[in-house]
Design a protein around this ligand. Structure first.
Ligand code: COA
Length: 208
């Protein structure tokens, strides 16, 4: 089993952007669910800004991706666009990417509430493990620019009909204020529990 490295994406990773958006589109089609469409330029922009998380094999094959974006004057940060290449699924790569995106969100936007929208059970499980709670959409950002991202989703008419109060996705939120009671996360413990190393998945993250 080839080693997989998960790390913050760099400008140089732009060469994978087309493959990433192609896989996002074909996976959404296969699932028959909605998705906010992204262009390769958008994905490359995220990489350049240091707001992307990428997974690659040691040999340089693309494995997975996700990005973060701040909303509502940095009061919120969303983790979006999670995708793992079909041949690498079921090895904990999505979890390693989400853990890394979470750490990146905390590092870049320390005071922001972290949230995501999903219809996927796997993603809900990962979010739950990170301490997110399911919330009504009223608890998420009211930044119109964020919700504009839903326009390309097949379920957008439902979101509009419900006055943006709910839709087919579940909204999940993590408030860093909860850490006043719980204390900061013990990443070593979380990584150990996830058994990344046993699955040849290695996370590189610089907290500073
Ligand atoms: C969803 C997706 C990112 C998951 O990637 P992955 O690398 O296979 O996921 P992981 O191996 O990290 O699994 C994460 C968790 O989901 C569980 N899981 C895996 N497959 C599952 C399935 N078919 N049903 C339910 N749970 C499942 C895993 O067991 C793991 O939980 P655990 O640690 O408690 O055992 C991947 O399937 C994908 O790219 N799908 C298409 C795009 C998509 O749906 N993106 C999410 C949009 S919100």
């Amino acid at each position: 089993m080839e080693n997989i490295i998960v790390r913050v994406a760099k400008e140089d990773d732009s060469k994978y952007s087309q493959e990433i958006v192609d896989e996002m589109a074909s996976s959404a089609k296969a699932r028959g669910t909605g998705i906010a469409k992204r262009t390769p330029e958008y994905v490359s922009g995220k990489m350049k800004e240091g707001k992307g998380v990428i997974a690659l094999t040691e040999g340089g094959q693309w494995v997975g991706f996700c990005y973060i974006e701040s909303w509502g004057h940095e009061k919120f940060v969303a983790n979006s666009g999670l995708i793992v290449s079909p041949s690498f699924r079921g090895r904990g790569v999505a979890k390693a990417i989400k853990f890394t995106a979470f750490r990146l969100s905390r590092k870049k936007f320390p005071g922001a509430k972290i949230f995501g929208l999903t219809t996927g059970l796997q993603v809900m499980k990962i979010n739950h493990e990170l301490g997110y709670s399911p919330v009504p959409f009223s608890e998420l950002t009211d930044d119109d620019e964020f919700w504009k991202g839903c326009q390309s989703c097949v379920n957008f008419p439902t979101l509009t009909a419900k006055n943006r109060k709910n839709c087919l996705c579940t909204g999940m939120l993590y408030d860093p204020e909860w850490e006043i009671e719980t204390g900061p996360k013990d990443w070593n413990k979380l990584y150990e529990k996830a058994k990344f190393a046993e699955k040849n998945v290695f996370v590189e993250f610089d907290e500073n």
